[in-house]
Structure formats: structure tokens, C-alpha cells
Design a protein. Structure first.
Length: 245
């Protein structure tokens, strides 16, 4: 572990204590009716604090969504901090994250909707939970690739979590995120994919001088209620954001 990584790990630990205290005083006892909005606001504040540790900066383009559904590509656990620091949101994540030490617990505090994609009967319940969150006015973020990648392309979108989007009634936005490092390879050291292990990956990332993100948002007009066709259209829209100069 480098000196920079060790120092930042200590800083990271301190910030975890700060955000937990902040949660206790601002979010833990929020009225149930506004709980998701309070959790999204807490994650927004927490993400801004923690991203400073990584020497993070972002170039954001497009109209930033405030509510409805945001469909984005997925590269890393850092995506959640980067998007949340830009706009308060609730995230949909695979159930494996819930079992991560500490981070799974923090994700649960943030109101994350966890999904076990392999269990089709539970996907119906997750879509119902997504719809309930949308109805409270919070922005809900989904990563329909179903996994993270190195960012060279956008993987095909799965349809299982697109039922609320197909049903209509809420605005849909698309997002694309990209990372760069001055002193490393973002495809390996920021993107979390393949056979990476979480804690070694995080420690290595903390050792980098700075992380730069490019985040682009676009509006999406729903023209079909068919989930398969909608998945293709959303995928094309995210790819279009990727190719914009």
C-alpha cells in the first residue's frame, strides 16, 4: 500500500463516521412518506464528501435529471458516488452488493433497491418497489447492462427492470459515464469488472493522484410499451451519448 493510499484510507474511514452521524441526525427519523427522498439527499451529501478523497472532478453535460428514471451505463462502484454527487438519487443494484462488508450496509441505508436477477419471481417485487420509489418523486437509477464493464462499449440492456419505464407515467433520462486517470489506466484501475476483488481494487484506486469523470445526460422520449424494443432504444440513446464530442 502506498503512503497516499494509506492516508486516504484513514480519511475514508473518518468520513464514514461523519456520514453515519449525519444519517442519524438528518435521515434516520425522517417521516416514512419522505424517507426515500431523505435517503437520496443523504447519499448526495455523503458522495460529495467521499469523492474529495479520490481527487475527483467531473465534466457534466446535458440537463441533469431530478426525478423519474435514469438509465445509464455501468463501469464501477464509483458510478454511484459520481451520479449521486451530481443529483440526489436512489439506485437499483444487484443483491451481491448487499453482502459486501460495510458498503452493503451503507447502500442499504441509502435506500438502494436490491435485485436478484436470477429469481424471476422477485424481479416482479423489485419492479413494484421501483414504481413506488418513482411515485415518491425521487430519481431512480438503473444499470440495465446487469454488470459493469471496462467502458469500451455499452453491453446489451436486459429488459427485466424496464417494466416501470415501459409502463410510462414518469420521465426517462439516459446517462453515460466515463473515467480518466493522469497516472494510470482507468479501464483497469477505476472500472470494476472481470475478476477484480473489491478491497484490493479500492486500495489501488485510492493510491491514484486524481480521477476525472465525464457524465452526459440526455432526455428520452418513450415511444413503445414493449420492453424489448424499449431496451434497444435506450441502449441506442446511451451509445449516442458515448459518441458525442
Amino acid at each position: 500500500m502506498t503512503f497516499r493510499a494509506a492516508g486516504r484510507l484513514g480519511w475514508f474511514t473518518f468520513e464514514v463516521l461523519v456520514i453515519l452521524l449525519n444519517y442519524l441526525f438528518t435521515t434516520a427519523f425522517a417521516p416514512q412518506k419522505s424517507k426515500r427522498l431523505a435517503r437520496a439527499a443523504w447519499l448526495h451529501r455523503s458522495s460529495r464528501r467521499h469523492l474529495k478523497i479520490f481527487g475527483y472532478s467531473a465534466d457534466v453535460a446535458g440537463a441533469i435529471p431530478k426525478n423519474g428514471l435514469l438509465v445509464s451505463n455501468h463501469l464501477s462502484y464509483l458510478d454511484i458516488l459520481a451520479i449521486s454527487a451530481t443529483t440526489p438519487a436512489v439506485f437499483v443494484s444487484k443483491a451481491d452488493v448487499r453482502r459486501w462488508p460495510l458498503f452493503g450496509w451503507l447502500a442499504a441505508l441509502a435506500g438502494t433497491v436490491f435485485v436478484e436477477r436470477e429469481r424471476r419471481t422477485l424481479v416482479v417485487e423489485v419492479n413494484r418497489e421501483i414504481q413506488t420509489a418513482l411515485d415518491t418523486g425521487v430519481l431512480v437509477v438503473i444499470f440495465p447492462e446487469g454488470t459493469s464493464s471496462n467502458g469500451e462499449t455499452v453491453l446489451p440492456f436486459r429488459t427485466s427492470l424496464l417494466e416501470p419505464a415501459a409502463r410510462g407515467g414518469h420521465e426517462i433520462a439516459t446517462g453515460w459515464i466515463h473515467y480518466e486517470l493522469d497516472d494510470g489506466d482507468a479501464k483497469q484501475e477505476v472500472c470494476y469488472w472481470g475478476d477484480h476483488s473489491f478491497f484490493p481494487h479500492l486500495i489501488n484506486l485510492l493510491g491514484n493522484k486524481s480521477v476525472r469523470a465525464t457524465i452526459r445526460f440526455g432526455k428520452f422520449e418513450r415511444t413503445t410499451a414493449d420492453r424489448k424494443e424499449l431496451a434497444k432504444q435506450l441502449h441506442a440513446a446511451v451509445l449516442e451519448l458515448k459518441t458525442k464530442n
